[in-house]
Write a protein that binds this ligand. Structure first.
Ligand SMILES: C[S@@+](CC[C@H](N)C(=O)[O-])C[C@H]1O[C@@H](n2cnc3c(N)ncnc32)[C@H](O)[C@@H]1O
Length: 261
């Protein structure tokens, strides 16, 4: 008798737990949707007014930790060439943006080498190449790919600073990297570029533009950084803007060339 009463009561409490679970899931889904919507309004406002401080919502997205996780688990077997639409496009990027601003025989810093799609060109051109990445796996891929060359230095960074000495670098190259870096960390990098670049040196940076909507940015996996923020950071770090274009980058992105004054 006692056992059957116990069974009946545990069946009843199981039913009530199950019936509680469904409204809880619905409540959770509604809370998530509201949070996502409020976040998208806030990040749109941050972009519109060029807000980039540590307390902004955009500083909690596309962090160094996020990037380390994403790029350490990426399949690097195509060495980043999966993002090259065709050889003509790659040749155009090199001719327009790399060769004019990376002096032969110089010291170059590449941020985010990935599988070494641009690194191989930089190595052939420069006397010394520092490749700095926030993730270990791309660095391991490059170290293996360029193992016969002694002119490359591999640096695992914190995703915001450059552990090199002042005015020791002639050119900086970062393609398909700042599109994934949040405004707060990008601001830190541009300040660091102003410190490590020699006078007259160039930084070539591919980054998001400002036109994409929240949904488009999410689809294209773009951070909340904008071209207008890059311009503000650059001016505050002793740079002049030599070139800013929408050519040869994905729709909604931009590419800026900075020159250290
Ligand atoms: C999309 S891949 C592009 C790789 C290469 N630049 C290319 O165009 O093929 C992004 C690269 O940037 C690196 N990265 C992402 N965030 C970074 C950060 N905050 N600092 C340094 N490297 C970063 C990733 O680990 C990865 O190697």
């Amino acid at each position: 008798m006692l056992r059957s009463m116990q069974n009946a009561s545990s069946r009843a409490s199981g039913r009530s737990r199950r019936s509680l679970r469904i409204p809880f899931r619905a409540f959770d889904a509604v809370c998530r949707a509201v949070t996502t919507y409020v976040e998208s309004l806030l990040t749109d406002t941050e972009r519109r007014y060029g807000l980039w401080k540590s307390w902004t919502v955009s500083a909690t997205r596309f962090t160094a930790g996020d990037n380390r996780g994403w790029w350490n688990s990426h399949d690097w077997s195509c060495l980043g060439e999966e993002w090259t639409p065709d050889p003509t496009w790659k040749a155009s990027v090199l001719n327009r943006f790399l060769l004019p601003f990376v002096p032969p025989g110089g010291r170059v810093l590449e941020i985010g080498p990935g599988g070494g799609r641009w690194t191989e060109v930089l190595i052939a051109r420069a006397a010394r190449v520092y490749v700095l990445d926030v993730a270990e796996v791309p660095l391991r891929v490059c170290r293996h790919r360029f193992s016969r060359l002694s002119t490359v230095t591999y640096v695992r960074g914190d995703g915001r600073t450059v552990p090199l000495v002042e005015r020791s670098i002639d050119a900086i190259w970062a393609y398909d990297v700042f599109v994934h870096v949040n405004p707060h960390d990008a601001r830190s990098y541009v300040t660091e570029f102003g410190r490590v670049l020699r006078r007259g040196g160039h930084a070539v940076l591919h980054h998001p533009g400002h036109e994409l909507t929240t949904g488009e940015r999410a689809l294209q996996h773009r951070s909340d950084l904008t071209d207008l923020m890059i311009n503000e950071f650059a001016r505050g770090s002793g740079f002049e803007i030599v070139l800013q274009t929408r050519e040869l980058v994905n729709e909604g992105d931009a590419l800026t060339v900075l020159r250290k004054k």
